[in-house]
Design a protein. Sequence first.
Length: 477
Amino acid sequence: MDRYHVYSTEDMVNWQDEGEILNSSQVSWSTQPGFMWAPDCAFKNGTYYFYFPHPSTTNWNNTWKVGVATSTQPASGFTSVGYITGLGGHAMIDPSVFVDTDGQAYIYYGGGGVCQGGKLQSNMTALNGAMQSMTGLVDFHEATWVFKRNKIYYLTYADNKASGNRLNYATSSNPLGPWTYKGVYLNPTGSSTSHGSAVEYKGQWYQFYHNKSLSGNDSIRSICVDKLNFNADGTIQMITQTTAGVPSVGPAPVPNPNTVKYEAEIGTVANGATVANDAAASGGKSVQNFHLANSSLQLDTVSGGSGGRATIDIRYAAASNAKIRLTVNGADYSFLNTPASGGWNNYSGRTYLTVPLGIGTANTIKLTGGNGGVNIDYLTVSPFSPSSTGVTFYQNTQYGGTASQTLAKETYTLSQLAAQGVPNDWASSTRIPSGWTVIMYHDDNFAGTSWTLTADTPDFSTLSPSATDQMSSCKIQ
Ligand SMILES: [Ca+2]
């Protein structure tokens, strides 16, 4: 796998994909493109550190190194800065970095029955002394994770149980052991491997782990989170694996003010995909027959705001688990899972990914089917940065069409609109920045019927009288 993403939350229920922070093509010492395994992260003295295992030669399992990338931001701006000298070798994967309450940082890692730990220097990118064997663990396989609670250090790890690895843990009064084995606390998840991390957030401890419930493929895993509870003596209670997840611990996120909705039915369909009427769908239509090989839906003139990261959120109905391929501006983002939503007319399905978009509306999103049936209702696109300042007119309703034009605060006669790329009697929808006003006129030179708009208007036919393909001059204030 490749392409690490960061997700954020404030309520443990709604998760924001912050986008990709690193891929193997950005690692100067990489010789194995696309081959990135389980990472960890840490924060110290204003810098965020990202640690990732990566093989350094084609003899991959004997040449692991632990790479480091740094940023001043938790979810963007990471730069690969090398690897930790002195770490690596056969099966030595799964780095875990723990910063103790006294500020001293430790790194742990291991695989193939070997687990080691050691101190990091204050620069967080070099060892401070030799790595030590972590003693006292029983049936260690891989997936080391270390945390501290009430002065007790915990080391969690996967065992070798053949029918499905389990997460075990050991405790110590010292961050480098010796460790006292305490037992299993996460049973097999359905995946052959197990790997997790434990964190405290807003007073509750949580266990993150993975299963393969969505994909059915042992190598394509889904992230899970459930409560991690402790007994009075500090021992860990068995994790209850749920499909519902954990309760909300905060307010739901404020909607992104830059979000634009695009009905699937305004896009271009091909290779058997069809626009079909469906009363259950937004706008009364959805794109169907997406089970057909190479069936596709393409949306042009998608707004990327001022450019940069944007979340593409796809709403769909599916009777059984499927997946769709996402391509944006020609870049292949591979598959997005579209888990069963409860039926072909149940449009509660959501799948999303954060990707970079270009400035303005010259962005193209293409969805390709052929991997199970999915009825696509609509997409929302939420640029992280607000739209470039201006009023954007679109040829079609719902901000669609083959072209769009963004105009500044100014008055525009017929010829001036034409000079800006807005033909006469052409516009059918518009996006208007907050606090701006657009007065559209039926005739040239600000004459005839007029319409005063102060907010986004997705369909000029809803105005009275209809303004569809009517504007011949306008004032933007
Ligand atoms: Ca729709």
